[in-house]
Write a protein of this length. Structure first.
Length: 324
């Protein structure tokens, strides 16, 4: 379909190959509402310093306690609405569950946990160039704000022992940033016949410092993808994502920066490239019309951490959405 002018905007939306985990990677026709849910699981293992994986013993030459494994589960709730064809509004709120495994000198092992609501993200997606009725190429401006609804006071018992007092957990175990953050970006979408492709640049820019006297480092993401609609209900895709992030600025006085690398604000920076495989299932008609099921999984093909920090082993995301 080189010319899509005979299709309604709803039909055009149905033809989209939607990527999970791409914030603002698709838009909606005027008046359409979408409810979405995503579940993500991330597994982090292997201690990295630079591009090299090091042993626990080598990491203990710098810090007396070393993190050996971390898991994160996230439930993301999403709402999108398009007041006009060129503008789509969206809001996303996560709920996180994290577990960090530790090893101390002498061989003591323990685990600490954190769970709760993360930061609320609100974004507007405005089509700058292109005509959705003709398909082919579109350029979208992404402009959003992250609100500090997630806690930066997550605590657990010292050494994971309920008989010991509560202590402030390290920076990666906090549920939010504690600051208002800007989310500027640009998204390019293209399609021809059954093929679709795109790219996105998105930044997270921290403003000020939080109540604990620090701010997380700015984060930058660049992703590109390509998909193919095998049928009107099944579409696999391949995605490549690079991201890099800065050190923490400032110091939380209740986090011991000498105990672990994750508690040291000057050891948080890194960069990573992930290779991700996904597929989408869509119901174009029938009782489930407007429903999408999506799954994506992948692993890093390049990782450079200031370290010693935990590397990312793999990530899996599944989601469902309903538009009407």
């Amino acid at each position: 379909m080189a010319d899509l002018t005979n299709l309604s905007l709803e039909d055009l939306y149905n033809l989209d190959v939607v990527q999970i985990n791409v914030l603002g990677g698709h838009t909606h026709p005027q008046g359409q509402i979408m409810f979405g849910y995503q579940y993500m699981f991330m597994d982090m293992e292997g201690i990295k310093k630079g591009e090299r994986e090091i042993s626990v013993a080598e990491a203990m030459l710098e810090f007396p306690t070393v993190h050996t494994k971390m898991t994160m589960e996230m439930h993301m709730f999403e709402l999108m609405y398009a007041p006009i064809d060129r503008l789509t509004l969206m809001a996303m709120l996560p709920y996180k569950r994290m577990a960090m495994h530790h090893e101390m000198m002498g061989g003591t092992h323990f685990t600490q946990h954190a769970d709760g609501i993360g930061d609320l993200e609100v974004m507007g997606l405005y089509t700058l160039l292109g005509d959705v009725k003709k398909g082919q190429n579109r350029l979208i401006l992404d402009a959003g704000v992250s609100f500090p609804t997630g806690s930066v006071d997550a605590r657990d018992h010292r050494m994971g022992d309920p008989s010991l007092p509560l202590v402030r957990l390290e920076y990666p175990m906090q549920l939010g940033s504690g600051t208002y953050d800007l989310l500027p970006g640009l998204t390019y979408l293209g399609d021809a016949n059954k093929f679709s492709w795109g790219a996105q640049m998105l930044a997270t820019v921290r403003l000020g410092r939080n109540e604990n006297n620090y701010r997380f480092g700015n984060q930058y993401r660049l992703t590109t993808w390509g998909g193919y609609a095998v049928t009107d209900w099944f579409a696999p895709y391949l995605r490549l994502e690079g991201r890099w992030w800065d050190d923490v600025t400032g110091v939380d006085p209740q986090i011991n920066r000498a105990a672990t690398a994750e508690g040291n604000p000057d050891r948080q920076a890194g960069r990573r490239v992930d290779l991700l495989f996904g597929l989408g299932l869509f119901a174009p008609k029938g009782a489930l019309k407007g429903t999408r099921l999506m799954v994506e999984g992948g692993f890093p093909i390049y990782e450079h951490l200031k370290g010693p920090q935990l590397g990312n082993s793999w990530i899996l995301t599944a989601g469902a959405s309903y538009a009407f």
